[in-house]
Design a protein around this ligand. Structure first.
Ligand code: ZN
Length: 201
């Protein structure tokens, strides 16, 4: 029964949620050891620079991991870049797990607002949240600004349907419970529990 519940009513991601698409593209790309400097530059260009969210950075940096040049003229150290991607991805996933937990911990949203990486602006006649991270921001902060725009714009989806899967680490929106995804249903409380006073509560 847990499986059918998890597969029920998976919320599709509308194409207009461009900030979410950018954040998800980073999580998907950075999961692969083959994702390199060219891929990261292409990601920045498509999701941040071309849409006007930020200027082209000189460096890509992540605390405790290192710093590499963004420019193609200065070839990045593949090892340092990998450390940066792994550390940034880990911080982003931790923040998303906190955000989608119950009760929710939305410090990553407040952090993006207070750092000035997202703000509410008038775009094409209507108010909405916009990302504009500073080019010197840590990579994780830049990625989280994209997720913050989406979460602040769709609070109810994050409080009701968002889940970060313990197995594949994807962020999905569905009714199958927290910490799972449509392919990896979360354990439903009670299914694996003994109720007769056994050792497993
Ligand atoms: Zn999964």
């Amino acid at each position: 029964m847990a499986t059918s519940l998890a597969f029920a009513r998976v919320a599709p991601i509308p194409t207009h949620r461009t900030a979410l698409a950018g954040g998800l593209a980073f999580l998907e790309g950075s999961a692969s050891p083959a994702w390199g400097a060219d891929d990261l530059r292409a990601w920045f260009t498509e999701h941040l620079i071309a849409p006007g969210c930020m200027a082209t950075p000189l460096l890509v940096t992540e605390p405790s991991a290192g710093t590499v040049a963004f420019d193609t003229a200065l070839p990045a150290s593949a090892r340092t870049l990998r450390l940066i991607l792994v550390a940034a991805r880990s911080r982003v996933l931790t923040a998303l797990r906190d955000l989608t937990a119950s009760p929710s911990d939305d410090r990553c949203l407040m952090g993006s607002i207070f750092a000035g990486r997202v703000s509410r602006e008038r775009v094409q006649g209507s108010a909405g949240w916009v990302a504009h991270p500073e080019p010197t921001a840590p990579l994780s902060g830049i990625v989280l600004s994209l997720f913050a725009v989406d979460a602040l714009s769709h609070r109810e989806l994050y409080s009701d349907l968002a889940s970060v899967c313990d197995t594949c680490h994807r962020l999905t929106f569905h009714e199958g419970g927290r910490r799972g995804c449509p392919e990896h249903p979360a354990r439903v409380s009670g299914v694996y529990c003994k109720v007769d006073g056994g050792e497993r509560a």
